[in-house]
Unconditional design. Structure first.
Length: 283
């Protein structure tokens, strides 16, 4: 409630500012400045991030050099290129791909499927490389561990649930640990294709802020594990970067995405009244 109150206050200030602008000089520029307040960028803004570690760093433990080259340099690069193609000529898209996939519904119909597929592919892989840690993993600690134990009973139970989600995803997709919006409870689930739990389209019930994810497309493991997806999933635990999971967990707690929608909803009627009064005052 405090946060939505702050947002409401900021919004009213903006409206007052706008009203003042219109009333004094009728300058429509102020309106467009207001609408364009959020950072926007042109097309081709998305670029392939570096892997962050040598391609052969996980060789023999998780997946090898050739898989990482194909996965990063070909597959991830393809998603980035196709995403940029889908957004050519658009200068009104968020520059953060995680924000972009939260707002697919705002895009014109023709752009929604390419952004879901390739924006999802870019977002998922950009997250994925950060979840891999050459040199070995260590189990989570602190509040992250406490919450995992609270939600799943034990760290081992969490691992078993995650493995189950990853192995039972039929065809291509991702297994996830998410922090759910509103309840702030953890959940293990999976999505199809390149869907990401942040997406505002019909992706099923696997929704929330991703804390950890595993790519279970065959391109992620076939050269190293052939058809043995379970072997790949079990090997994942040897290289998970729980520091990166912790970082996402800490950020999630203060993320606007995680705000309780129900409390925002409660203030919407008073919001409309305020807007109505302001419009009357402006005219
Ligand atoms: Mn992949």
């Amino acid at each position: 409630m405090v946060r939505s109150g702050t947002i409401a206050f900021a919004f009213v200030l903006q409206l007052l500012h706008l009203c003042h602008g219109f009333a004094s000089n009728g300058d429509a520029v102020k309106k467009s400045a207001f609408l364009a307040r959020e950072a926007k960028v042109g097309a081709s803004a998305f670029s392939l991030p570096s892997l962050g570690f040598p391609y052969d760093a996980l060789e023999g433990v998780f997946v090898g050099n050739q898989t990482m080259h194909l996965h990063h340099d070909r597959h991830h690069a393809f998603y980035v290129n196709m995403l940029n193609k889908a957004l050519v000529g658009r200068d009104d898209v968020p520059q953060d791909v995680e924000i972009l996939v939260q707002r697919i519904g705002n895009l014109p119909d023709a752009a929604q499927t390419p952004v879901r597929n390739h924006g999802g592919g870019h977002a998922n892989h950009a997250m994925f490389w950060k979840w891999l840690k050459p040199g070995g993993s260590h189990e989570p600690s602190g509040k992250l561990r406490e919450m995992i134990v609270k939600e799943f009973g034990s760290f081992a139970n969490f691992q078993a649930e995650f493995q189950k989600a990853a192995v039972s995803r039929f065809g291509s997709g991702w297994a996830w640990l998410v922090l759910q919006r509103g309840t702030h409870k953890m959940k293990v689930c999976s999505t199809a294709n390149q869907d990401n739990p942040l997406m505002d389209v019909d992706i099923g019930d696997c929704r929330g802020m991703p804390l950890l994810g595993l790519d279970v497309w065959e391109h992620a493991y076939y050269l190293d594990f052939f058809n043995l997806r379970l072997g790949y999933i079990k090997a994942f635990w040897k290289v998970v970067n729980f520091d990166a999971v912790q970082e996402r967990f800490d950020k999630a707690l203060t993320s606007p995405y995680m705000q309780d929608r129900s409390s925002a909803h409660m203030s919407s009627s008073s919001f409309l009244m305020i807007i109505g009064v302001l419009l009357m005052w402006c005219s």
